[in-house]
Write a protein that binds this ligand. Structure first.
Ligand SMILES: [Zn+2]
Ligand SMILES: [Zn+2]
Length: 350
């Protein structure tokens, strides 16, 4: 059992095999579920339903104990309207952005059970968020968006200030499925501190084309701005000889270490901590090694916490360096530094 550092709930974090076992049926309607409430999400909610008698039994399926997404969002919006943080004319679309707790691309409106949604909101106070988490069973956490929607959460390097959203209530831990030809992994993230990704397809395509060129199997792969670890962990599944993870944002490394543990059976690895990361500052500068990952006694991965620009001096070799910066950032500075030290290595910006 892996304990969630945010909520301490033993059910919050499950190992990857357990998640993968149940995920594809998690959100489908049961035989007794009512019809989908296909409401106009821009029309005032008050013109569609009476928001005064909304409770956790509203549109609840008595067989499977789940509700349609629209019912859950309507319940949350009714609480926001009651607190005066949304006006009476608000449509469902004004509630916020729902992120499914165990996320994968689903092509149908989901049916949600308890603790299955993290809600990202604008203009909402702590008390309202608290009421939403207490009264809407499906919502496990409410995160306040800070700044422009286009501005990514996290940091670029040790000179930049971190950009974080704020966890108003509940727990912001959730996971996404990463799927490739070599298998599936589960990637957890504290969503108030980690960049929101809606699909991993692009990353998997980059890895797929590297693999075809023989640049992953048996190679030393650096995941230079690893975040919670999607690229590097998947590279391990693709058969990389060694993966070197690095990030300068401590919450990202904390999530990566969790993801190594969650996926350890699938990857066939053991994680050995080198030092306690919570003792370190929030933003890394000169890289320090925080963990070594072994497979059958041999080193399969190393985890560093620090600025990517210094990392070349701390490692022994590199065949491929993957650099996944935020969309608005030009990665050429990093690419140039790496090209100087490891001239034969390939720098791939993702
Ligand atoms: Zn939790
Ligand atoms: Zn049902």
């Amino acid at each position: 059992m892996i304990k969630c550092q945010i909520c301490n709930n033993p059910d919050c974090i499950r190992v990857a095999e357990e998640v993968l076992d149940s995920i594809y049926e998690l959100y489908t309607a049961c035989g007794n579920c009512g019809p989908e409430p296909e409401w106009n999400t821009t029309a005032p909610l008050t013109t569609i339903i009476d928001i005064h008698d909304l409770s956790s039994t509203f549109l609840l399926c008595s067989s499977c104990g789940r509700r349609p997404l629209n019912a859950v969002m309507a319940h949350a919006l009714s609480i926001m309207i009651r607190h005066g943080e949304r006006d009476e004319k608000s449509g469902l679309i004004r509630t916020g952005t729902p992120l499914i707790y165990r996320g994968f691309p689903i092509m149908y409106p989901p049916r949600l059970g308890p603790d299955s949604l993290v809600l990202i909101v604008d203009n909402t106070g702590s008390q309202t968020a608290q009421d939403i988490v207490e009264q809407v069973p499906e919502i496990k956490g409410v995160i306040l968006r800070i700044g422009d929607q286009a501005k990514s959460v996290g940091i670029l390097d040790s000179n930049s200030r971190p950009h974080e959203y704020s966890l108003l209530a509940g727990c912001d831990m959730r996971c996404d499925l990463a799927q490739s030809a070599f298998g599936e992994l589960v990637i957890y993230k504290n969503q108030s501190k980690i960049h929101i990704e809606f699909d991993n397809d692009h990353k998997m395509q980059v890895l797929g084309s590297l693999d075809i060129k023989g640049m992953l199997g048996g190679r030393i792969v650096v995941d230079g701005m690893c975040g919670p670890g999607t690229l590097g962990l998947m590279s391990m599944l693709f058969g990389a000889g060694k993966v070197i993870f690095n990030d300068a944002w401590r919450p990202a490394i904390e999530n990566l270490l969790l993801n190594l543990e969650v996926n350890s059976a699938i990857l066939g690895v053991d994680v050995e901590p080198v030092l306690t990361i919570t003792d370190l500052s929030l933003i890394g500068d000169k890289p320090v090694q925080v963990a070594v990952v072994k497979r059958n006694g041999r080193i399969a991965a190393e985890v560093y916490f620090g600025d990517l620009r210094y990392l070349p001096d701390y490692i022994d070799g590199c065949d491929v360096c993957l650099i996944d910066t935020f969309p608005a950032i030009d990665p050429s500075e990093f690419a140039n530094i790496w090209a100087k030290k490891y001239s034969s290595s390939r720098i791939i910006t993702v």
